[in-house]
Design a protein around this ligand. Structure first.
Ligand code: HEM
Length: 131
């Protein structure tokens, strides 16, 4: 089975767990408390759907199906220096929070799967963090 199929299935197992995205944000704010106020006015239900879409876009990009989606270009614009002003440290927290959450939520998690996830997520972040 290909890596991306495995990761897609892992993501499905995670999102089938109630509270997966809540746990992700809780972990993110634990690792980076300064990010929390950015979400004060944000509807977290919509936000969870956005992150789900973002992770899926990372998987699609990693498959090489498309060089870069319009969706990820717009996230890069809204999150970069002309927008939210996020940088490498913020994105590193994002990746680590997500990996930690996957490791506790995926019942079939293994360190090997975690490494595959890290590669795909870091690859995706590289497409966002270049302005
Ligand atoms: C530490 C990292 C991140 C922080 C602090 C962050 C923060 C935010 C905030 C505050 C918003 C709401 C903006 C608004 O409504 O004005 C937002 C929107 C959004 N975020 Fe993030 N984000 C992060 C990483 C990511 C990543 C890695 C992705 C994609 C995989 C992503 C995808 C989105 C999308 C699709 C939206 C909605 C559309 C847009 O504003 O572009 N975010 N983010």
């Amino acid at each position: 089975m290909g890596t991306l199929t495995e990761l897609t299935q892992s993501l499905q197992r995670c999102t089938a767990q109630p509270g997966f995205f809540d746990r992700f944000y809780a972990r993110l704010f634990e690792l980076a408390p300064a990010l929390r106020p950015m979400f004060d006015l944000v509807d977290m239900e919509t936000q969870q759907a956005m992150i789900h879409k973002g992770i899926t876009a990372f998987l699609v990009t990693a498959s090489g199906a498309r060089k870069e989606s319009e969706f990820l270009s717009s996230v890069r614009a809204s999150h970069g220096s002309q927008g939210l002003g996020l940088g490498p440290r913020d994105y590193a927290h994002w990746v680590n929070a997500l990996l930690d959450t996957i490791s506790v939520c995926d019942p079939l998690y293994s360190p090997q799967l975690g490494l595959q996830w890290r590669q795909v997520l870091e690859g995706g972040i590289r497409t966002l963090d270049r302005d």
